[in-house]
Design a binder for this molecule. Structure first.
Ligand code: ZN
Length: 249
C-alpha cells in the first residue's frame, strides 16, 4: 500500500470526496468545485514563476469549496501539496527539505517573541529555487499545524506587509484580519517580484466574486474586469504556443 503523503504534484483531485456541509446539494462543477452557474473553469490560466509553493493542507481543508490554496496550484502547476498529519510528517516533504536545490521559508506570522529570531528576509540564493511553505487551513488549524510539527521548527520564517486587508468575502466574519491562502500567495509573489502575482490576483478576484454570487445570488459584475484580464492573458498565452509550434515546424 502506498503510504506516500504527498498528494501529488500533478493533481489533487479536490472533489473526490463529497463535501457534506452547507451547499453540498448544489450541482457543482467537477473542475472548479463552484456551482455550475458560477463556474470559473474558463478563466483558469497558468503562469510561470521562479519560486515554488509547497502547501501543507489540513485534512479538513482539503475538500472545502472555500479553500483558496488550490487557486495557487491552478495558476502555478508546479506547486506541491502535502496532507498534514498530527503524528506523521509527510515523508516526501521531509526529503525535499533536505534537498539543497531549494531554499525554503515557512510562511507564518512571527507574532510571538520566540519565533521572531527565525525570521529571514526574502533574498534569492544563486542556483536555488525559493520555496514558500504555506500551512493551508483556517487560522486555528494553521496555528495548530505550526505548533505541533517539530519537523517545521528548523525552517526560517518569512513575513510580509500585506498591501491591503483581506478582500476575501467568504471567511471574513470568521477571520477578520487574516488573509486567505491565495491572498498570501499573491503577497509572496509580489515580494519576490514575480509577474505571476497579477495572474493569481485576477484569478482570485474571479473566484471570490463567483463564489459569493453562487452562494448569495449576487451579481458576477464586480469580476468583469478580472475576467477580461484573464481572457486576454489566455489569448496571449495561446498565441505564444501557436507561435512556438510554427517556429518548430
Ligand atoms: Zn468549473
Amino acid at each position: 500500500m502506498r503510504l506516500e503523503l504527498e498528494v501529488g504534484r500533478t493533481d489533487l483531485a479536490p472533489y473526490r470526496k463529497p463535501f457534506n456541509a452547507r451547499g453540498s446539494r448544489i450541482e457543482r462543477c467537477q473542475g472548479c468545485g463552484l456551482p455550475d452557474s458560477t463556474c470559473i473553469c474558463d478563466y483558469q490560466v497558468q503562469a510561470q514563476a521562479e519560486v515554488e509553493f509547497w502547501l501543507i493542507l489540513h485534512k479538513k481543508e482539503q475538500y472545502k469549496p472555500t479553500n483558496t490554496g488550490r487557486l495557487i496550484k491552478d495558476v502555478l502547476p508546479n506547486s506541491r501539496l502535502f496532507e498534514w498529519h498530527r503524528t506523521e510528517p509527510p515523508a516526501s516533504l521531509l526529503a525535499l527539505l533536505q534537498d539543497s536545490r531549494y531554499q525554503p521559508w515557512l510562511v507564518f506570522p512571527a507574532d510571538e517573541e520566540r519565533d521572531q529570531q527565525r525570521l529571514q528576509p526574502f533574498a534569492r540564493q544563486l542556483g536555488k529555487t525559493p520555496v514558500f511553505i504555506l500551512l493551508d487551513g483556517t487560522w486555528r488549524q494553521a496555528r495548530r499545524m505550526f505548533r505541533l510539527s517539530p519537523w517545521l521548527q528548523q525552517l526560517p520564517l518569512i513575513s510580509f506587509q500585506p498591501q491591503a486587508g483581506s478582500g476575501y468575502g467568504l471567511r471574513k466574519a470568521l477571520e477578520e484580519n487574516h488573509l486567505c491562502t491565495a491572498e498570501v500567495g499573491i503577497e509572496l509573489l509580489r515580494l519576490a517580484q514575480e509577474p505571476a502575482a497579477e495572474v493569481l490576483q485576477n484569478y482570485f478576484q474571479v473566484f471570490n466574486v463567483h463564489y459569493v454570487a453562487g452562494r448569495l445570488g449576487q451579481s458576477l459584475e464586480p469580476a468583469a474586469a478580472a475576467r477580461a484580464w484573464l481572457a486576454d492573458y489566455r489569448r496571449q498565452q495561446s498565441g505564444q504556443v501557436v507561435q512556438m509550434t510554427q517556429e518548430q515546424v
